[in-house]
Design a protein around this ligand. Structure first.
Ligand code: NAD
Length: 344
């Protein structure tokens, strides 16, 4: 057993179908009498249902990558209404806005995730201002409470469930070879991959088990450092505006193939969790089985942007199980662009 450091996350988790019924009690427990209830425009009606249960005021303007002008708009309502906390219902976009408000006000957050993205279990916030995305970590960003209720995922379109689930698996795969990994996180990561890989092909019938897997994977994301896969997705999302969950889905088998050389133990656990012969091809096959996108080309990536993406991905060094070599990363991106099935 190698030495390790493990820090438990302070977020309280309430899990189970129908648990949305506890939203008012949980909000009160956090001292909220007049919360700001955050959703995207698309999920505005779900936000109104929360307000019926817990009171408060609606803000249905959350947007991908937490634009600072939207945060300013929401903060103006918090201040005018005297809000005493936030309830964010939705995917990573709604959660991101609750976190941005908490960073500036230290108000308590209750998050009700409706995708598998996993932001609710981290103290990480990505924000965009003037076209640039910056990422911060702060204990104020970590949500106080999370209610996971798979009933709320019944409206999740199958194609988004597939890519959002692959996005969650990516957190766990990178957690297995993280430079600051530890035995507890490896247990969670392997079980998270197993639960998602088993549940995602079942569609709606698998939502509850997939949400359990997504929680575990989110805990991994919040606890240890991510590496090449997340870096590449950050570059492709930030510099080429590719969609978040779909980009994770396409890149994951290729980043895993790249890193399989330097992390045999991690790959062994991925193989065991997937029940596949190899890790990278097993992830590719899962994405294909789910009908998810397999090429960067279909996500709108310009082929002549691959050089620039490889340049940015190796510009600043970061820990990764295999040394970052420009030519090999460029090849990885080419494989992802064309959607070639990894050989191992
Ligand atoms: P999203 O939150 O943007 O959701 C995409 C769309 O799907 C939205 O319109 C949303 O309203 C809708 N939607 C979500 N759940 C639904 C449901 N159950 N039924 C119907 N529609 C639903 O997308 P996402 O992939 O969940 O989150 C992506 C964002 O989260 C990105 O900005 C990403 O950077 C961020 N993120 C941050 C962290 C972190 O730790 N900071 C972790 C993961 C993701």
């Amino acid at each position: 057993m190698n030495p390790f450091i493990y820090t438990a996350l302070p977020t309280r988790v309430i899990f189970g179908r129908g648990k949305i019924s506890e939203v008012a009690t949980e909000a009160m427990r956090l001292g909220m009498k007049h919360p700001l209830v955050i959703t995207t425009k698309h999920q505005a009606s779900s936000g109104l249902a929360i307000i019926k249960k817990s009171g408060g005021v609606a803000f249905a303007g959350a947007a991908m990558h937490t634009p600072s002008n939207v945060t300013e708009e929401a903060l103006a309502i918090v201040s005018a209404e005297g809000c005493d906390g936030t309830i964010a219902l939705g995917g990573g976009s709604s959660t991101g806005l609750g976190k941005a408000i908490a960073l500036r006000t230290d108000l308590p957050q209750l998050v009700i995730p409706t995708s598998y993205a996993g932001s609710e279990m981290t103290n990480i916030l990505g924000e965009t201002a003037d076209g640039a995305k910056t990422t911060k970590r702060d204990s104020k960003i970590q949500p106080e409470s999370v209610i996971y209720d798979a009933d709320l995922l019944d409206t999740l379109p199958d194609n988004f469930a597939a890519t959002s689930g692959m996005n969650a698996i990516a957190h766990a795969v990178e957690g297995l070879y993280a430079v600051d990994g530890n035995p507890i996180i490896s247990l969670m990561a392997e079980e998270g991959i197993r639960a998602l890989a088993t549940a995602l092909p079942k569609g709606k019938a698998g939502h509850n088990e997939a949400l359990y897997g997504a929680w575990l994977c989110a805990t991994v994301l919040g606890s240890v450092s991510m590496a090449l896969h997340h870096k590449l997705c950050h570059v492709l999302g930030g510099s080429f505006n590719l969609p978040h969950a779909e980009t994770h889905t396409v890149i994951l088998p290729h980043a895993t193939a790249y890193n399989s050389v330097g992390s045999p133990n991690a790959m062994g656990r991925v193989i065991r969790a997937l029940g596949s012969k190899t890790a990278a091809a097993g992830l590719y096959d899962l994405a294909q089985k789910l009908g998810a996108p397999l090429t960067l080309k279909e996500l709108g990536m310009p082929e002549d942007g691959l050089d620039k993406a490889a340049d940015i991905a190796v510009a600043n060094p970061y820990p990764n199980p295999r040394v970052l070599k420009h030519a090999a990363i460029r090849q990885l991106l080419d494989d992802a662009y064309h959607g070639r099935r990894p050989q191992h």
